[in-house]
Ligand binder design. Structure first.
Ligand code: NAD
Ligand code: TYD
Length: 349
């Protein structure tokens, strides 16, 4: 089987590529990535030389490139992760999200459909999406696969749109599709402008840890290798045309999560308990900040037998260890463009 994984040089994509390359030596895995600020081939250094792995540098917004690539490699299936993924960036540059997340996804759907036309049923288009398409919850309730879409940020609106197009290709053209909507991921290789890796990096450097608003927003955190395992299970055993929610059963208020992280890092860095909490700095809230996400993954758990493999404390501890052992990776990705992003996002507030 030849599988095209898009966005494989990013955070989640690199864990999916690694899992598939290692677990399925008989599959050919093709990683198509534009290598934006978020894409980093160092994330895949350990599998780069494998015989069943090929990297393709390309942009999903470029339909002619996709056409040539599908002709050349004759893929059996697509796992689509390539996206602009950061809510804060979507607020300052929404069009970039429309191009990659909406137009890029429609280009991929069009290309797959055209190239697979003679035997559509032997192929699969698996679209990886987010729980943010469902909008924002109050104190109660959880998102299920039946929850109506209610996206509120340019990022979630672009992902919701891409999900709708994927379903439209299933119903209108009979393209075999699967969709999963996952909660917030954390773990190794997470670009340090998202909350957890940014906080780890700032605590390490004894810099202020910015908490938006009062830190009362709630996210449901999942360890990234567990998301990759869920994608593997859904890809192989999920039903065509279906949607699966993936979550960590692990809700945390941002402030409580940051306090836990501060205490964990004090312990690991041999600092007096309470020292890193002094770095917590409340900053201006994000515009349209969704209050709470919580995901009900009982369909995935009951039908396909998936469940998270680690507790949050274990996953967070492994994550902190990874960042403390991979300071070169961290320093590479926090130089250059990252510095100007950071100054724009925080210093001018
Ligand atoms: P990421 O930003 O770390 O990686 C995205 C990757 O896509 C990068 O390697 C980037 O270079 C590539 N890319 C961007 N634009 C491209 C283009 N036009 N053509 C080709 N490649 C392009 O994102 P992530 O956090 O790994 O998220 C991966 C997917 O999972 C996204 O679709 C995202 O919406 C979804 N998701 C993420 C989370 C999360 O917590 N991070 C949760 C649920 C779902
Ligand atoms: P983020 O990692 O950007 O993920 P998402 O917005 O997709 O959930 O943010 C997670 C939560 O942390 C979100 O409620 C915003 C908040 N946050 C901060 O409080 N400070 C920060 O510096 C960042 C990046 C996020």
């Amino acid at each position: 089987m030849k599988i095209l994984i898009t966005g494989g040089a990013g955070f989640i994509g690199s864990h999916v590529v690694r899992l598939f390359v290692n677990k399925y030596p008989s599959y050919q895995i093709f990683n198509l990535d534009k290598l934006t600020y978020a894409g980093n081939l160092a994330n895949l250094a350990d599998v780069a030389d494998r015989e069943n792995y090929t990297f393709l540098k390309g942009d999903i917004v470029d339909a002619a490139y996709l056409d040539e690539t599908f002709s050349k490699y004759n893929f059996d299936a697509v796992i689509h992760l390539a996206a602009e993924s950061h809510v804060d960036r979507s607020i300052s540059d929404p069009l970039a999200f429309v191009y990659t997340n909406v137009i890029g996804t429609v280009n991929l759907l069009n290309t797959a459909r055209r190239h697979w036309a003679s035997n559509l049923q032997d192929h699969l288009f698996y679209h990886v999406s987010t729980d943010e398409v469902y909008g924002s919850l109050g104190a109660e309730g959880m998102f299920t696969e039946e929850t109506a879409y209610d996206p509120r940020s340019p990022y979630s609106a672009s992902k919701a749109s891409s999900d709708h197009f994927v379903r439209a290709w299933y119903h209108t053209y009979g393209l075999p599709v699967k969709i999963s909507n996952c909660s917030n991921n954390y773990g190794p290789n997470h670009f340090p402008e998202k909350l957890i890796p940014l906080a780890i990096n700032n605590i390490r450097n004894e810099k202020p840890v910015p908490v938006y608003g009062k830190g009362e927003n709630v996210r449901d955190w999942l360890y990234v290798p567990d998301h990759a395992r869920a994608i593997d299970v859904i890809f192989h055993e999920g039903k065509v045309g279906e949607t699966y929610n993936i979550g960590g059963v692990n809700e945390w208020k941002n402030l409580e999560l940051i306090e836990l992280l501060c205490d964990l890092m004090d312990e690991k860095l041999g600092r007096p308990q309470g020292r890193s909490r002094q770095l917590i700095t409340f900053v201006k809230d994000r515009a349209g900040h969704d209050l709470r996400y919580a995901i009900d993954s009982s369909k995935l758990m009951n039908e396909l037998g998936w469940e998270p493999s680690v507790t949050f404390e274990e996953g967070l501890s492994k994550t902190v260890d990874w960042y403390l052992q991979n300071t070169e990776w961290l320093e590479n990705v926090t130089s250059g463009n990252y510095q100007s992003y950071y100054e724009q996002q925080y210093v001018s507030r």
